[in-house]
Structure formats: C-alpha cells, structure tokens
Write a protein that binds this ligand. Structure first.
Ligand SMILES: O=C(CO)COP(=O)(O)O
Ligand SMILES: [Zn+2]
Length: 211
C-alpha cells in the first residue's frame, strides 16, 4: 500500500475503533511501519477524528519529519516495532475490559486470560505479558516493553491498557478487537463454576494451523 493509502486507512480504522467505543477522548495511539520510517497518530488527537494529511511522519531513526507532533508514546511503539520485525503496525488502546485486566494482572508477569475461544489464541497467541506501571509517555518504559514484546504479539501496560501488534494495520486492529473480547469473556466468566477452556492440544493445533 502507498503511504497515502495507509494514511487514509489509519484514519478510517481509527474512526471505526472510536465509533465502537474502543477508545474515548484522546486515548490511544497507532503506528504503522513504512519502508523508510513510520506513521504515528498525533499526540492529543482523537482516533475518531484523524486528518490523514496531519498524521505524524517519522523517519527511520524515529525523528519527527512531518505532520503534527507525534504521540507521547513514541517509545512504546518503538519498543514493540524493534522487538518484532514482522510487525507492520501497533495499536494501543484504553479499551475497557483489557484495561480492567491490566489492573488485575501481576506487574512483570503474565495476564491470566484463559484460552476460552479459538480467535484469541489465533490472533494473540499463548502469552500476554503485563509490563509494570509507568507514567504515560515515560521513556523509561522502553526496555521493559521491548522485553515483553520479544515474547508476545500483545502486552498490557499495568493500570493503563493494551498494546497489540500485527503484520499489517488491519491485522493489528483485528487482534486488538479480539483481545478486548477475550478480556470481556474472561471477566464475565471469572467466578462462574465449570467454565470449559480450550485444552492444551486444542491450543497447540490452533497455533500450528494459524499461528
Ligand atoms: O494513550 C495515550 C497515552 O498513553 C494517548 O497519548 P497521546 O495523545 O500522546 O497519543
Ligand atoms: Zn495510553
């Protein structure tokens, strides 16, 4: 896809996420890898009202070279995109249920989202690390996020929200939506007795087929 096409896809997917309540106010940010740099949502912008022409442009060294000032979470996106060379995009949201899980999960450990349905396993995988709390935009988070991203496609920022990567922008958005649904199911069924999880062989089969 051309840069112009990616800019308009970013604006329309941002609006779609916003319109369905995955992001409120100016929460969340999205980055897309280009052959010679990155696109990033501008800081303090609503995902629902992105102007394709004003989306921030960074060069291959992550310097701001065009558009509005980039998200304060540049370090977060850089940590994930450098850890995962196959990733083409990163979506960070404050979506309600995944954020709720980020307030329960052990800092520095893995979030307990049971494998209840195939699509969570297919889109996110086996692990969901929870990076210890940092102030939004704190450059000090980069190393912890990088470590977590080496081990998993998606992670949680403690008491903040989910960060999801994908091979393309569409795949990252799909995975972020799937994570939100899995988090919602996990909380809905948290204290319900007799919940059936996918078995280890079922999870292995999904990862071997779609992983
Ligand atoms: O989600 C956010 C901070 O974590 C939003 O920050 P920005 O508006 O700088 O992208
Ligand atoms: Zn945030």
């Amino acid at each position: 896809m051309s840069e112009a096409e990616l800019r308009s896809q970013l604006a329309s997917l941002g609006k779609s996420l916003f319109d369905r309540g995955y992001s409120v106010g100016t929460a969340g940010n999205i980055s897309v890898r280009l052959p010679d740099g990155y696109l990033m949502t501008p800081t303090n912008s609503s995902l629902g009202r992105l102007d394709p022409a004003r989306i921030s442009r960074l060069d291959a060294a992550w310097r701001h070279i065009g558009g509005d000032k980039p998200s304060k979470e540049v370090f977060l996106h850089r940590a994930v995109l450098t850890a995962r060379p196959e990733a083409g995009a990163v979506v960070h949201l404050h979506s309600t249920y995944a954020t709720a899980i980020s307030c329960i999960a052990p800092e520095g450990g893995d979030a307990e989202i049971p494998p209840l349905t195939p699509y969570f396993v297919m889109r996110i995988g086996r692990r969901l690390p929870c990076v210890p709390y940092y102030r939004p935009g704190d450059a000090a988070m980069e190393s912890d996020v990088h470590q977590a991203a080496l081990a998993a496609k998606a992670l949680l920022l403690a008491n903040h929200g989910p960060v999801v990567s994908g091979a393309s922008l569409v795949e990252a958005v799909n995975a972020a939506e799937e994570l939100e649904e899995a988090a919602r199911l996990a909380l809905l069924l948290r204290d319900v007795p007799g919940v059936r999880r996918l078995t280890h062989p079922q999870v292995d089969d999904l990862l071997a087929t779609f992983g």
